[in-house]
Design a protein around this ligand. Structure first.
Ligand SMILES: *Cc1c(COP(=O)(O)O)cnc(C)c1O
Length: 355
């Protein structure tokens, strides 16, 4: 097994147009400037003022009592599930969710929970789906503890959960006495696309986090929010996992900068994603999913080029795309301009015309 990606090798051209992921954005000079001016302390000891400012700001944004700064979104999910659940309990989540597909089975390894997988188009499910998944309370059946949703649903297509549907699934969970957790890695994309405030989106959920390394463009960090009691317990797991930091205000400053400057502009990424989808749809036999936010999934197989081959050919021309769930995923973000979208479309058109 090779778990370590190859380092960029000579001969492969530099990436000019990076549609691989919104995680690959580079901190801008202004963000770096904000980081360099950050007032810092010892985060683990609870006295980094910039981290406190960030946590207070995110707690208010998400309508929760308090929040904790963590190095990554994955750690937010791990810490949240460890805090909500005990080994042997069951988490209910979509079959394409990040906790199932992309965290190295962290939840099996650390928490010992089992994840019941719900199906549903575009990464979403309904209150009825949750109701149908309720197990009898017997000695035989696993104890169900937590409902998890992903806003936006990544592999689902960057899909936005409508507010009513979020509230409906959470209401079923609450009726059963389960806790509720929102993986809000791209929650701000959902808010900008729908016009619904983050605290409304998060209202039915006991815990929710946002990632600063996706469209918000910071170099690292995510903030998990919830009740004071929940965050107190979460801190214990953060400490155990080695997620407590020191002069983390340097990074929190980048996150505060992102909240001030990089939220409203997500609309631009959504426009670019739509433009990309529009261009792709004009290419015969390319299956294109209509983007709702900044992720565009398409499958060029019908036009004669399997997704991995198109990705390989584009990469040789400096355009970086990813393969996710068997399709091509193109992701727009603050390092992608309208002109780059036009250029990428031209190159894809040329590859498909040549087959
Ligand atoms: C990226 C992502 C995560 C994990 O975040 P990291 O900061 O990369 O650890 C979790 N959930 C979803 C939906 C994501 O897209």
């Amino acid at each position: 097994m090779v778990y370590t990606p190859a380092r960029p090798s000579k001969g492969v051209p530099a990436i000019r147009i990076n549609l691989y992921s919104d995680t690959q954005t580079r901190p801008t000079p202004a963000m770096r400037e904000a980081m360099s001016r950050a007032e810092v302390g010892d985060e683990q000891a609870g006295n980094d003022p910039t981290v406190h400012a960030l946590c207070d700001r995110v707690a208010a944004l998400l309508g929760k009592e308090t929040a904790v700064f963590l190095p990554s979104g994955t750690m937010c999910n791990v810490v949240a599930i460890l805090t909500h659940c005990r080994a042997g309990e069951e988490v209910i989540a979509h079959e394409t969710s990040h906790i199932l597909t992309s965290e190295g089975a962290a939840h099996a390894a650390f928490t010992g929970v089992q994840i019941l997988q719900l199906r549903g188009a575009r990464g979403l499910f309904t209150g009825e789906d949750v109701r149908a998944a309720i197990r009898p309370r017997t000695r035989y059946a696993p104890t169900q503890r937590l409902l998890e949703v992903e806003q936006t649903a990544n592999i689902g297509g960057g899909t936005v959960w409508p507010l009513a549907q979020l509230n409906a699934v959470a209401a079923v969970a609450r009726g059963e006495g389960w806790s509720t957790h929102m993986d809000g890695a791209r929650l701000m994309n959902a808010c900008v696309a729908s016009g619904v405030a983050a605290k409304e989106m998060a209202a039915s959920f006991d815990s929710v986090w946002i990632d600063f390394t996706k469209g918000l463009g910071a170099p690292l960090g995510a903030v998990l929010a919830g009740s004071a009691a929940f965050i107190d317990d979460a801190w214990r797991w953060k400490q155990r996992l080695g997620g407590s930091m020191r002069q983390a205000g340097i990074c929190a400053a980048a996150c505060l900068y992102a909240l001030d400057h990089n939220v409203d502009r997500l609309a631009e990424d959504h426009r670019n994603a739509k433009a990309l989808a529009r261009g792709l749809r004009q290419m015969p036999n390319v299956a294109v999913e209509e983007p709702e936010t900044n992720l565009v999934f398409f499958d060029p197989a019908g036009a004669g080029l399997p997704a991995p081959e198109l990705i390989r050919r584009l990469r040789l021309q400096g355009v970086h795309l990813s393969l996710l769930g068997g399709r091509v995923r193109a992701c727009t973000h603050l390092d992608v301009t309208e002109a780059m979208i036009e250029e990428a479309l031209g190159l894809i058109r040329r590859e498909l015309a040549a087959v």
